[in-house]
Design a protein around this ligand. Structure first.
Ligand SMILES: [Fe+2]
Length: 348
């Protein structure tokens, strides 16, 4: 809503000062900043190099154990949102390190989390009584209020990206958290149980009620990659997205996590995407390939395991040097449910 600037007069200034003492503010002095004609975010486009994060994390590994830290994580703070533990206005991102032999003790909280494995294989996450081994490119979820702990019984350090809806839960003042008091939760289901029951286009015959999060909690990269590879044969490239899929909850068809949309896309060598913008600020993690992403005048160069962020409603294009696979996440499910989501495919 555009609004002409309201003139300041001594009488008006005196009035504003008087009502201020009673915790009142005149809407006409602030309306232009509250109801903007289009999104205006402090969130900035930015890319983090994995090599730099990795070096800092190895140093952190010598400073504090995963057990003492509870989670040894470096938070990726958007340069426009420093001090707020946010990578976008609504979402959090961190990189976690678990060293061989370590355990990140069992806890649970209202915030939903995703893991996206960057480096290492053979570490595990246990969720809701089931353990899953993790490999690079695997997408693992820990739904709200489910017990989860992480361990690394391999001989390599393990790094993954944590994506959480922390700012959303903070905004709503709805945070609860507790520790189990044990390093590891009791394992009540064999490894692979969730995937067998829910991850193969089959569902338990008398399934009645499930939570909103997907009952599949590991979406292995091997299967995701295979799907993208098979899709290449038809060559049905979207000008803005290449080949793009979203991770889904097989019970409802909705997103895997109710608050966080997660996506995977393949872009071929030499491809340049058409201009695109959407209201969901998005965090990208290249799994394979190299390229650059333009957000207005900002150019973000990226390679495997780097992490970059595109703010709300900024035109974005991707230029691909080597065939690339990009994982991404955003608050799109929230915006869609609230009739707020909007996209603009430029001239495509
Ligand atoms: Fe957690």
């Amino acid at each position: 809503m555009s609004h002409p600037a309201v003139q300041q007069t001594p009488e008006r200034e005196a009035f504003y000062a008087k009502i201020d003492g009673d915790n009142l503010t005149a809407l006409w002095t602030v309306m232009g900043a509250l109801i903007t004609p289009e999104p205006r975010s402090a969130c900035q486009p930015f890319a983090w190099r994995f090599d730099a994060i990795r070096a800092h994390m190895m140093e952190a590994g010598g400073l504090i154990t995963a057990k003492e830290a509870e989670r040894r994580v470096l938070i990726l703070e958007n340069p426009g949102l420093r001090g707020q533990s946010k990578i976008t206005t609504s979402l959090y991102a961190g990189v976690q390190l678990v060293i061989p032999g370590e355990v990140a003790p069992a806890h649970r909280h209202s915030q939903s989390a995703l893991r996206f494995v960057l480096e290492g294989r053979g570490a595990h996450t246990a969720v809701d009584g089931e353990k899953t081994m993790m490999e690079p490119g695997d997408f693992v979820i820990t739904p709200a209020m489910t017990w989860h702990d992480h361990g690394n019984s391999s001989s390599e350090p393990m790094f993954w990206l944590d994506g959480l809806d922390i700012p959303v839960v903070q905004f709503l003042d709805a945070s609860f958290a507790e520790g189990l008091g044990e390093d590891e939760q009791p394992i009540t289901r064999p490894a692979g149980d969730s995937h067998a029951r829910f991850g193969r286009n089959l569902l338990p015959v008398d399934l009645k009620h499930t939570r909103k999060s997907s009952p599949v909690f590991n979406y292995p990269y091997a299967e995701t990659r295979e799907a993208l590879e098979a899709m290449k044969q038809r060559g049905d490239w979207d000008p803005c997205h290449g080949l793009k899929l979203r991770y889904s909850n097989p019970v409802t068809g909705d997103y895997a996590i109710p608050t966080i949309g997660t996506f995977i896309q393949l872009l071929p060598k030499g491809f340049s995407t058409a201009r695109y913008r959407a209201t969901d600020a998005t965090v990208f993690v290249p799994v394979e390939g190299r390229g650059r992403t333009r957000v207005g005048d900002t150019v973000l160069e990226w390679g495997p395991k780097d992490i970059f962020v595109v703010p709300s409603w900024r035109f974005v294009t991707h230029e691909i040097d080597d065939e690339a696979v990009l994982f991404s996440y955003s608050d799109r499910p929230i915006q869609e449910k609230l009739d707020l989501y909007r996209e603009d495919r430029g001239n495509a």
